[in-house]
Design a binder for this molecule. Structure first.
Ligand code: DP6
Length: 350
């Protein structure tokens, strides 16, 4: 077990039926998931590909509560309410239905992303919840099944089940719901010889004006640029796989950058427009261009927010971080590398 999950007062978690603790990390997509074809099953319109990070894990404990008449959920020690609570309870309902066990649960989730870091936690959160809840309710799932299950909580969580690079298959488009569910999961993508870093410039950590769920829906429903982007995303994905296989960081970065800018173009063309990019985002993008002019392999990607993640060689990470700090003074700049997949704690029970 890693030191970050130990406390001096509490005994280490013991995962097993009835009580299980899991840890998972966030991931950043290099070919984006944007648009669902089935909201309930969380089936995407496009394949996507991401890198799981080695920073800011979420640790989640699920305990069955035989005497309880409702689920008790805390996030960072604070009782969950509203939409956050609803999403966790409906996820547990799914696990209960599969396990054939109606018992309620106590869920404690701790996310280590510092307040205001501006990094979404739904991927690490639902990946950790999927692994912990499946174990607590006695479901014996392999990584593919964990990925399918995590997908139902939040699409991008399907990829955080795996270490390093992961490809989430959209699945066959014309299948029945049951076949479509089975066909949509992530799997690891080997990238031997690639030693990348992702430098994250936080330009604004405030809450979003439009949730990514709503923005995705509106883009698919109203943006004339959505279908062309989704089509070109297929080429991005196959080129990305080839670039990863030959450890070509410049090609990986070029594809990631064009895919992300294209995704934001689809949102800008939505009606009404969704604009996550802020003036400071463009300043950071200019500094990434300047780094490239200076001979540094650095490529940007942005998700449903103004923060910029810059892919580079690990050896260049300090220089890139220094440049981004100058371009976006005030906001934190973080350096991440490829991280581990979701797993139960303690690891020696695996
Ligand atoms: C822009 O996985 O948060 O980060 O499935 O509605 O929970 P839901 O969406 P979510 O969307 C992530 C969108 C993205 C791109 C990506 O991670 O691929």
């Amino acid at each position: 077990m890693r030191a970050e999950h130990r406390t001096t007062t509490a005994p280490p978690p013991q995962s097993g039926p009835g009580d299980a603790t899991a840890v998972a990390h966030p991931n950043i997509a290099l070919v984006k998931y944007w648009g669902k074809r089935d909201e309930q099953l969380v089936l995407p319109r496009v394949d996507s590909l991401s890198m799981t990070l080695d920073i800011y894990p979420t640790t989640t404990r699920v305990r069955l509560a035989p005497d309880a008449d409702h689920d008790h959920v805390t996030l960072g020690g604070v009782p969950a309410e509203g939409e956050a609570l609803r999403r966790v309870v409906s996820f547990l309902d799914l696990v209960r239905a599969r396990a054939g066990r109606p018992l309620r649960a106590v869920v404690d989730s701790h996310n280590t992303v510092p307040t205001g870091a501006g990094l979404a936690s739904s991927a690490s959160g639902f990946a950790a919840l999927a692994v912990a809840a499946a174990a607590a309710y006695g479901l014996d799932l392999d990584a593919t099944a964990h990925s399918r299950l995590a997908r139902r909580g939040s699409g991008s969580a399907s990829r955080s089940i795996f270490a390093g690079f992961a490809l989430w298959h959209a699945g066959p488009p014309t299948a029945t719901p049951a076949q479509a569910d089975l066909g949509s999961y992530a799997e690891p993508v080997p990238a031997p010889g690639l030693d990348p870093a992702l430098v994250i410039a936080v330009v604004n950590a405030g809450p979003k004006a439009v949730s990514s769920r709503e923005a995705m829906r509106r883009t698919v429903d109203t943006s004339p640029l959505y279908e062309p982007w989704a089509l070109s995303s297929r080429d991005d994905l196959s080129e990305m796989r080839a670039a990863l296989a030959r450890a070509d960081l410049d090609a990986v970065g070029e594809i990631a950058e064009r895919n992300a800018l294209g995704m934001h173009a689809t949102m800008l063309a939505a009606r009404p427009a969704v604009r996550y990019l802020a003036p400071a985002t463009l300043t950071v993008l200019d500094s990434v261009l300047q780094l490239r002019r200076d001979g540094v392999s650095a490529y940007a990607t942005m998700d449903a927010g103004p923060n910029v993640k810059v892919l580079c060689h690990r050896a260049d990470a300090d220089r890139v971080a220094h440049t981004l700090r100058g371009a976006a003074p005030g906001g934190p700049v973080l350096v991440a590398g490829p991280g581990r997949g979701a797993r139960l704690l303690p690891e020696d029970t695996q």
